[in-house]
Design a protein around this ligand. Structure first.
Ligand SMILES: Nc1ncnc2c1ncn2[C@@H]1O[C@H](COP(=O)(O)OP(=O)(O)OP(=O)(O)O)[C@@H](O)[C@H]1O
Ligand SMILES: O=P(O)(O)OC[C@H]1O[C@H](OP(=O)(O)OP(=O)(O)O)[C@H](O)[C@@H]1O
Ligand SMILES: O=C(O)c1cccnc1
Ligand SMILES: [Mg+2]
Length: 663
């Protein structure tokens, strides 16, 4: 696919660098109150000169996976760069903090900056693992404490989102386009913007979020909504039918071309012109006139249905269902999953080609949907649990091809007929359509049906480019849906994904924490009954050891005082808490994971562009063995400590663990 792949796309040439510098909501007061009350108590107890080291890390990988993509670093650095309480912040704190706070504390706060802080981090876009700090931050205790919540909020969702997106990319494969469509469903405006940005980092190709496009220079893409189709009910509503021929410049009647082609296509696509909607045709013609070089149409608006599924022997009685933007809330999907008992939201005022519009499907009855063996036709009807939201009924014939009840096929053919007619009309005038979007029904089956139809049209009308039309699918898609579609076989070129992606429905938070590990050169350990929650004390360095085939073998934490592991030299790697779990590793390559990103009030590394971080994600993922990346029961990646650090942790643990008394 090229730049024309979706109807509307724009570059980021309008990016406002000034405003890009810092998301306005990210400021020192974007924190928990307790950070500021602690700061006062530290200040009161004369801890202003104490120096601390904090580790920012997560304990578990999200989405039942065994890897996480680290994202959000650039925003953390921008936050440090601008860290300063304004006069109005100080005024607000004076009113808000408990009475009796000494005036000098506010003066102290008013002069604070992050100049004396040093921040080490692994590169943004790198795969990261539990317990290995992704950020290590040293500096005056009060300041590094004050940074906690904001740094966590900048890293947690960003990394979760980038990881989620990277997982979608992995299951979709590298040739399928992935578009983020989630703004409307995101956790508020800032959640929506972050989702667009970090889903791009994780491997999506673009977003429908226009502001994200402008701010982050992300490709903006989109099709159109059902409202556009349903806003037309007859061809009489077309204000103009004329379009300039691309080469000759002569105005021609696009509708006339479309109607002529529709009559010819009707037989080829096995759908009568009476079965397709005139309003839909009018809408498509008008859209094509608006975007002759970017015609991409939604083809599932009108569901033309038989009264029952094709298992009934009665002649199909056609009932069309109009999908509207403001339909009443769906009834909870029945196990059958297909519109049973749904009453359409727009019953009145829409007449198309003699269809009866908006009548309840199946009279509200739910066909039996457990496994049915039809001995006569040797078909098996199964219920596929497609997503958390819904189940979908498909029928499998003996040759293994899935097909849907006739009504769905008919409905879809109506959209396909109108689309193909308009696309051929455009072709007459020198333009190439882009493709279709399917937003309901069995996406595997319907995409195959669409591709097959396009191939027929390509051959019959000698338009080879019809074979290459883009098929976009949307509708509550998640990682499992894509896996399932892959198993079934489909012809989808592009997924538009919203809700599941941006809300990270499968795991809504990453759980990064920020723990004090050293103060004034003294290690600190936080003990817990839960061994998972015991912190790794002291100032540490992290290394990634690689095998000869280039795969990452293990991450190793050491005390900063230890020499780094060396290539081809045996290093003892120990499980941090289980004494018997240890292994010698002879690395072929050693990567020191931390770089100093912020020191003496300055960002110390050339920051990569979003594009470069996006590339880094894919490069970093390639270093992981496939068994760590697979969706089902992935192998945990090993995180170890050096022998020295192991002994240090366990000595400190014993020193700090109270000795009980039995009586
Ligand atoms: N072939 C398939 N395999 C697995 N899941 C699928 C397949 N096709 C679609 N799905 C998923 O099944 C669900 C179908 O949703 P739903 O029951 O709401 O049907 P629908 O077609 O959207 O109905 P409606 O038109 O009434 O909204 C969606 O989550 C979709 O992503
Ligand atoms: O399904 P998602 O992954 O969240 O992707 C975004 C959805 O947003 C639009 O739906 P719309 O807001 O029109 O609602 P509807 O399709 O549920 O009716 C679009 O048609 C997609 O289906
Ligand atoms: O452009 C689209 O097709 C789109 C955008 C947002 C949500 N759903 C679809
Ligand atoms: Mg939808």
């Amino acid at each position: 696919m090229n730049d024309r792949e979706l109807s509307c796309s724009a570059g980021g040439q309008f990016m406002d660098r000034g405003r890009m510098n810092q998301n306005g909501v990210v400021q020192p007061l974007l924190t928990d109150l307790y950070q500021i009350t602690m700061a006062y108590a530290y200040w009161k107890s004369d801890k202003t000169d104490d120096t601390a080291v904090f580790d920012l890390f997560f304990r578990n990988n999200p989405f039942h996976g065994e890897f996480t993509i680290f994202a959000g670093l650039e925003e953390c650095l921008k936050f440090l760069d601008s860290f300063h309480y304004s006069q109005s912040d100080i005024e607000y704190l004076k009113q808000t903090l408990p009475e009796g706070i000494e005036h000098e504390f506010f003066e102290y706060l008013g002069n604070l900056t992050a100049r004396d802080v040093t921040l080490y981090a692994i590169d943004e876009g790198t795969v990261a693992f539990p317990r290995v700090p992704i950020i290590k931050i040293e500096g005056p205790l009060i300041i590094v404490q004050l940074l906690e919540t904001t740094l966590l909020t900048l890293v947690n969702y960003a990394s979760l989102m980038a990881t989620n997106a990277a997982r979608y990319r992995m299951v979709a494969g590298k040739h399928v386009k992935l578009l983020e469509f989630g703004l409307r469903r995101a956790q508020g405006p800032d959640g929506g913007l972050s989702a667009s940005k970090y889903s791009y980092t994780g491997g999506f190709d673009g977003t429908s979020n226009v502001l994200a496009g402008k701010l982050f220079n992300i490709p903006v893409k989109g099709t159109h909504a059902h409202a556009y189709i349903t806003s037309f009910s007859s061809i009489g509503e077309l204000k103009t039918r004329l379009l300039k021929h691309k080469q000759t410049g002569i105005m021609e009647d696009l509708l006339e071309h479309a109607i002529r082609h529709r009559a010819m296509l009707s037989h080829l696509l096995d759908v009568s012109t009476e079965e397709s909607s005139e309003g839909e045709l009018a809408a498509m013609v008008s859209y094509a006139i608006a975007f002759p070089d970017g015609f991409m149409a939604l083809v599932d608006t009108y569901d033309v249905k038989s009264r029952e599924t094709e298992q009934t022997n009665t002649e199909p009685k056609l009932i069309s269902k109009i999908k509207t933007e403001n339909s009443p809330p769906k009834l909870k999907p029945s196990t059958n999953g297909h519109q049973n008992g749904q009453i359409n939201g727009q019953i009145n005022g829409h007449k198309t080609n003699g269809h009866q519009n908006g009548i309840a499907q199946n009279g509200g009855k739910s066909p039996k949907d457990t496994k049915i063996q039809d001995t006569k036709t040797s078909t098996t009807t199964t219920t596929t649990t497609a997503t958390t939201k819904a189940t979908l009924k498909t029928t499998t014939v003996s040759n293994g091809t899935a097909y849907l009840p006739k009504y769905v096929e008919k409905s879809f053919r109506s959209g396909l007929l109108n689309f193909s007619a308009v696309a051929l009309a455009l072709n007459d005038l020198g333009y190439h359509a882009l493709g279709i979007r399917i937003d309901s029904g069995d996406l595997a089956y319907l995409s195959c049906l669409a591709r097959e139809s396009f191939e027929k049209v390509a051959e019959r009308f000698k338009v080879p480019w019809f074979n290459k039309l883009t098929i976009v699918a949307s509708n509550d898609i998640n990682e499992d849906t894509i896996l399932s579609l892959n198993e079934q076989g489909h012809k989808i070129d592009c997924f538009g994904i919203g809700t599941h992606l941006v809300t990270c429905q499968r795991q809504p938070a990453l759980g990064c924490v920020y723990k004090l590990v050293e103060i004034n050169g003294q290690p600190r350990i936080k003990l817990s009954q839960d061994v998972e929650k015991v912190t790794m004390p002291g100032n540490k360095n992290a290394y990634r050891l690689y095998s000869a085939d280039g795969h990452a073998l293990i991450d190793l934490l050491q005390k900063v005082s230890e020499p780094p592991p060396a290539v081809s030299q045996k290093v003892l790697c120990r499980h941090p808490f289980q004494e018997s779990k240890r292994a010698y590793v002879i690395p072929s390559h050693v990567e020191s994971l931390y770089k100093v990103y912020w020191k003496s009030g300055k960002i110390c590394q050339q920051l990569p562009t979003l594009e470069q971080v996006r590339e880094k994600v894919q490069i970093s993922l390639k270093t992981l063995r496939n068994d760590h990346k697979r969706t089902l029961n992935p192998t945990p990646y090993k995180v170890a400590v050096s022998d020295n650090l192991y002994n240090f942790i366990h000595d400190l643990w014993l020193q700090n663990a109270p000795i009980g008394e039995l009586s």
